[in-house]
Write a protein that binds this ligand. Structure first.
Ligand SMILES: Cc1cc2nc3c(=O)[nH]c(=O)nc-3n(C[C@H](O)[C@H](O)[C@H](O)COP(=O)(O)OP(=O)(O)OC[C@H]3O[C@@H](n4cnc5c(N)ncnc54)[C@H](O)[C@@H]3O)c2cc1C
Length: 591
């Protein structure tokens, strides 16, 4: 069974739960994105994903990519599907019209990439970095680089890579050693080795644009000494006669999953490149790319979990084993396993995660649009705050749930899940890497707590929680329980900030718990928004079942995580002889 995107679900979440048309109507740059056009784009995207990309998934996993004398062949059908993809204009969906794009909201691109990843994660790795590369070049590239490359990247005619990792430099990019030396003609020569480069070499497009982090000769050590360069696989015709650049793929990795995506070891052997942005500001330029990529990875998690759920749900409706406890149909010798509470619980839990995480990820997509285009500076700032705080939360929480949830969905198949034929084991293998790349989940947790929450004593997070509270007051009748959780989260933040003064390591011990608690509080908010809109859905009970499951099976983890944080904070404070900050009375007014 191939993955099937459900455009109706996306429409309900965008139009009814998040009120996307009204939000986008406030953005002059998105004036054309009316609900009818958005619905049409979703329908067409769903068709492309379901009919062209999904059918290549299982064979792509089985065949994988092959390396031969520096070249890489992708699985059969991948090139044709990619050529059809870019020629149909899909990569340019959210690019600016002046760059050949369609100027549609980023959130639509987010939905498209969620579906593509669910349908065929390996294939989707190829175009997955395009939009980030486009934004990076648009904001930081010179006029000449933009004139040569921006339209080709916007359209997807040429694919792009992100060349950061080196054998000794993974999470710590400050250790990058690749060297860049200035040439008389304004270009640079790049020398060094990069590993794990997704799509470093392939046969999907005629040219590949590498964005490479490297160090200039006079650069200081550490991350501040890094600059960003553009090095194409094929050099320009007018200046270099279309010669092959000195960028070599040395091998592709044998991996646990994601066989349809070539993960390449690359050697830059005096390769010609051009500086993007200012010297020493490479990470800054790269972060434009990495933030968009992190939200994409969160959406990969959501999509892969939905794909696992679809398979498990279909299987559980067919497979019969034993009798379900309680009242029974006397004519049956055995019941479908979906009737067994243990199986229902798995399916309901994962459905709850997919539905509620989608609300958060789509809202983040909308906030990205608002941060870029809203005429009011204050609204742009609050949107920026949402994206900055929520992106690491979603990246880590959605990818962690994708892997563990896919494994639970495999359990629904019993022994058959462990057999390749059903395709569920591929999702477990493929989803695992999303917890690692684009900044490991440990790094996301540290980014949230240590870099973004604690430096201002939790003020930015408190402002975000207050926005959520106002949102609930305005739109949702019953929300006391969510307000209580928001207040508890705020107090835990205060406690942590206080105890961290006594024990500087404390935040690093509990950052993962903290991120998970924030994710759960946000999910609780999302469930409440779904409930408020459910009466307007075609099948209200389908959505209500998911939000009830979230409260019953997922939310208890919130208290567990806060308990872990509180215990550690109490111990640190006790050892330092601190008195705890005053606990607020647990009333909604504290949220
Ligand atoms: C399939 C695949 C595709 C990839 N694609 C790309 C790509 O296109 N471009 C690219 O540049 N890279 C890519 N990567 C590399 C990926 O981004 C790195 O693997 C990742 O950043 C982690 O680096 P590392 O593997 O060196 O692990 P390390 O950094 O060595 O980390 C090992 C462990 O230590 C933890 N750790 C490290 N530092 C800290 C810290 N300060 N605090 C807490 N914990 C820490 C990590 O969380 C991890 O659990 C890809 C990797 C894979 C597997």
């Amino acid at each position: 069974m191939d993955y099937r995107p459900h455009a109706d679900d996306a429409r309900f979440l965008l139009m009814e739960v998040l009120d996307a048309p009204a939000q986008l109507a406030a953005l002059p740059a998105m004036a054309d994105a009316d609900p009818a056009l958005m619905a049409q784009v979703l329908d067409e995207a769903g068709k492309f994903v379901g009919e062209v990309v999904a059918p290549l998934n299982a064979a792509g996993d089985a065949t994988g990519c092959t390396f031969n004398a520096g070249g890489v062949a992708t699985p059969p059908g991948f090139r044709d599907a990619y050529q059809a993809f870019w020629r149909a204009g899909w990569p340019a969906l959210a690019c600016a019209p002046q760059d050949g794009g369609q100027g549609l909201p980023w959130v639509l691109e987010g939905v498209l990439y969620e579906w593509l990843s669910a349908a065929n994660h390996g294939w989707t790795m190829a175009p997955g970095l395009l939009h980030g590369a486009y934004e990076c070049l648009k904001h930081h590239g010179s006029a000449d680089l933009k004139q040569r490359y921006l339209a080709k990247i916007a359209s997807g005619e040429w694919l792009a890579t992100m060349c950061l990792t080196e054998p000794h430099a993974g999470s710590d990019l400050g250790l990058v050693r690749t060297r860049a030396v200035a040439q008389a003609d304004g270009s640079y020569h790049l020398n060094g080795s990069k590993i794990f480069i997704s799509g470093g070499e392939h046969d999907l497009t005629d040219n590949i644009i590498h964005l490479v982090l490297a160090r200039l000769p006079d650069a200081p050590p550490g991350p501040k000494g890094l600059s960003l360069f553009l090095a194409p696989k094929v050099l320009p015709h007018d200046t270099h006669g279309g010669a092959r650049n000195a960028v070599h793929c040395e091998r592709i990795e044998e991996k646990m999953g994601l066989h349809g995506s070539p993960t390449c070891a690359m050697r830059f052997d005096g390769a010609t490149g051009w500086l993007i942005g200012e010297p020493g500001r490479g990470l800054n330029a790269m972060f434009v790319m990495m933030n968009a990529a992190r939200l994409h990875v969160a959406l990969q998690g959501v999509g892969l979990l939905d794909a696992a759920w679809q398979k498990a749900d279909a299987y559980a409706r067919e497979r019969t084993q034993m009798r379900v406890p309680g009242p029974r149909d006397a004519a049956k010798a055995a019941d479908e396993i979906i009737g067994h509470p243990a199986i229902q619980r798995i399916l309901d839990t994962e459905r709850a995660w997919v539905d509620c995480a989608r609300v958060l990820a789509y809202r983040t997509g909308l906030e990205l649009d608002i941060a870029r285009h809203h005429p009011d500076e204050k609204r742009r700032a609050s949107a920026q705050r949402w994206c900055s705080l929520v992106t690491p939360v979603l990246k880590a929480a959605c990818t962690e749930q994708a892997f563990h949830g896919a494994s639970d969905c495999l359990q629904v198949f019993g022994g058959h899940g462990y057999i390749r034929e059903w395709g569920i084991e591929q999702i477990v293998r493929d989803s695992r890497v999303a917890m690692i790349y684009e900044g490991t989940n440990e790094i996301q947790a540290i980014d949230l707590l240590v870099r973004k929450v604690l430096p201002d004593g939790g003020a930015a997070l408190a402002a975000l929680l207050l926005d959520l509270r106002h949102d609930l007051d305005a739109a949702v009748p019953e929300h006391a329980e969510v307000l209580r959780r928001l207040a508890e989260l705020r107090y835990a933040t205060t406690q942590l900030a206080h105890a961290a003064q006594a024990d500087a390591q404390l935040p690093y011990w509990v950052a993962g718990d903290y991120l998970r608690a924030v994710a759960l509080a946000l999910l609780a908010w999302a469930a409440t928004r779904i409930d408020a809109a459910a009466p307007r859905a075609a099948q209200p009970a389908r959505w209500q079942r998911a939000t009830q499951a979230l409260r019953r099976w997922v939310m208890p983890e919130f208290s567990l995580r806060l308990g872990l944080i509180k215990d550690s904070a109490d111990k640190a404070a006790m050892l330092a002889g601190q008195t705890a900050p005053a606990a607020p009375a647990a009333t909604p007014a504290n949220a």
